[in-house]
Design a protein around this ligand. Structure first.
Ligand SMILES: Nc1ncnc2c1ncn2[C@@H]1O[C@H](COP(=O)(O)OP(=O)(O)OP(=O)(O)O)[C@@H](O)[C@H]1O
Ligand SMILES: [Mg+2]
Length: 241
């Protein structure tokens, strides 16, 4: 289980995350939503150990999170890869580093499920579309079979049909593999459909953490109600009465 207790993060003199608490069980999805600059990517970077907290604790089953070899799907798909290496080299790098042996056809099967032709992997990041690079990022995270996967807007570069399909695939793989998923998203409809819990961040603080159903039906804070209502008026979420 991922546990974040009383986390405070400063970037320069500014407090970027203030008193964040969360827990996420194996097999569960936590969606983190909130406006641009709220601190969502900062939270991911701190959980991964890329930023040092000013105070607070982050653990995975009581151990430092790095022990779980967490996987990351980065927000900017092309920047996520080394520009001079083939996507295949980058996708395989965490597996090679861990000394994991992949079953025959494992990579091809996952490529097929992502609707990413596996020959794309022989190209460099600037030789594929942004949406293809984004799916290669998802492939890299999921093929490594990490118990904790952090997704930073994993569907942002995909068209609506591919988004829907990829969202379902992430859910299916999660049921099959049982990893814990923390997913940053701007898509409230996606969060309500696929997450167990939704955490709303605003200016570095937790506005509200609720189960997805409560968020859709009866968010407590005015900010969360406004977010929910905006999603309904945009057609991203069905109104439930
Ligand atoms: N390298 C940095 N140095 C200093 N401040 C930073 C740095 N990166 C981000 N920040 C600041 O930290 C705050 C949180 O940024 P963060 O990237 O976590 O937001 P976010 O919620 O992921 O936004 P978005 O939805 O736009 O990706 C912002 O005010 C941002 O300006
Ligand atoms: Mg971000």
């Amino acid at each position: 289980m991922l546990k974040v207790n009383n986390l405070v993060v400063k970037r320069g003199p500014r407090v970027t995350l203030d008193d964040i608490n969360l827990s996420l069980q194996a097999g569960e999805t936590l969606a983190v939503v909130g406006e641009s600059g709220a601190g969502k990517s900062t939270l991911i970077a701190t959980i991964l150990g890329l930023l040092k907290p000013a105070s607070g604790e982050i653990t995975w089953n009581g151990q430092p999170v790095r022990e779980a070899h967490p996987a990351l799907v980065m927000q900017e798909p092309r920047a996520a890869f080394n520009p001079v290496l083939s996507l295949r080299r980058s996708v395989m790098e965490p597996i090679v580093a861990q000394g994991t042996v992949l079953g025959i056809g494992c990579l091809e099967r996952l490529c097929a499920r992502l609707e990413l032709p596996s020959e794309m992997l022989d190209r460099r990041p600037n030789q594929v579309s942004i949406g293809q690079a984004q799916r290669a990022g998802i492939l890299r995270a999921l093929i490594a079979a990490a118990p904790l996967v952090l997704f930073d807007e994993p569907l942002s570069a995909l068209d609506a049909v591919t988004q829907k399909h990829t969202a379902q695939l992430i859910s299916d793989l999660q049921s099959e593999e049982g990893f814990a998923a923390l997913i940053v998203t701007h898509d409230i409809g996606y969060a309500v459909a696929h997450a167990d819990q939704i955490m709303v961040l605003k200016d570095g603080r937790v506005e509200e953490t609720t189960d997805a159903q409560t968020f859709a039906l009866n968010p407590v804070s005015p900010y969360c109600r406004a977010l929910r209502d905006a999603a309904i008026s945009l057609g991203a979420l069905e109104a439930v009465t």
